[in-house]
Ligand binder design. Sequence first.
Ligand code: ATP
Ligand code: ATP
Ligand code: MG
Ligand code: MG
Ligand code: MG
Ligand code: MG
Length: 257
Amino acid sequence: MANSKYEYVKKFELDDRLPPSNWLVVRIDGCSFHRFSAVHEFEKPNDERALNLMNACASAMLEQFPDIVFAYGVSDEYSFILKEATEMFQRRASKILSITVSFFTSVYVMKWKYFFPQKELMYPPSFDGRVVCYPKVKIILDYLAWRQVDCHINNQYNTCFWMLVKSGKTEHEAQQVLKGTQKQEKNDLLFEKFGINYNTLPAIFRKGSCVYREMVEEVGKLDKNGCPVKRTRKKVTVGHFDIIKTEFWREHPYILE
Ligand code: ATP
Ligand code: ATP
Ligand code: MG
Ligand code: MG
Ligand code: MG
Ligand code: MG
């Protein structure tokens, strides 16, 4: 529109369109949430209100951006998978990333009061983000497995750590007890010392959260013969599945097609 002698500055902007035929993964992570969770007195190791708030923000993302086909979240992070052929913002990396991070953050602030009605938001939270291209579905599945394995390792460690601290050990002592312990030893410690069977802890803690579109059947109005019209639609849904095994993907083949 406006032409001026200053227009040339626009040419300094780089073309940051991501290559075609790649799945895009945007991962965001809360900045200094160790501090944020302390200031807002999150329950340790897992504050369910905080996780549900993160999940509500991720659901809002899928409602807002149809090209996000799947999201996986744990702790203060969320990964969003955009379909291979997405033309969202002409695949411009800085647009995709900045809008993801700012939209998620705004929803987090807007919804805070519903999840923490008794707790004032003390300062503005922020999230960092990155976007990565993956050329094959196989790598997307490995990416998600990587995040879910991380969820498991951290949750198992944190569950032990906070049980030890709550039972009177200092944080340093708890660290020392856990140093070098294997997976089975941690499960044994939880069971023998605290009577906790790790596998019966809530799935939201052990598996993290998946947000995706589930096929749901709706019964609509009656047709002219008086029969109810059934139709299926896709509904944004949160679940806590094992996404390393193939079962979930076999049941939802349309997500990564
Ligand atoms: P960075 O800015 O580098 O990401 P960080 O302090 O956010 O630093 P992370 O590795 O992202 O470090 O870890 C997030 C921290 O936030 C966890 O260690 C945990 O203490 C806290 N946290 C996040 N979500 C929850 C939750 N739902 N319940 C309890 N604590 C949480
Ligand atoms: P895009 O998403 O491409 O940026 P846009 O609608 O935000 O689309 P812009 O070129 O950024 O388009 O223009 C911002 C528009 O927002 C302006 O055209 C104007 O209508 C409106 N706007 C922004 N700030 C103000 C303001 N302080 N007062 C009135 N209108 C404003
Ligand atoms: Mg980080
Ligand atoms: Mg963080
Ligand atoms: Mg994190
Ligand atoms: Mg604008």
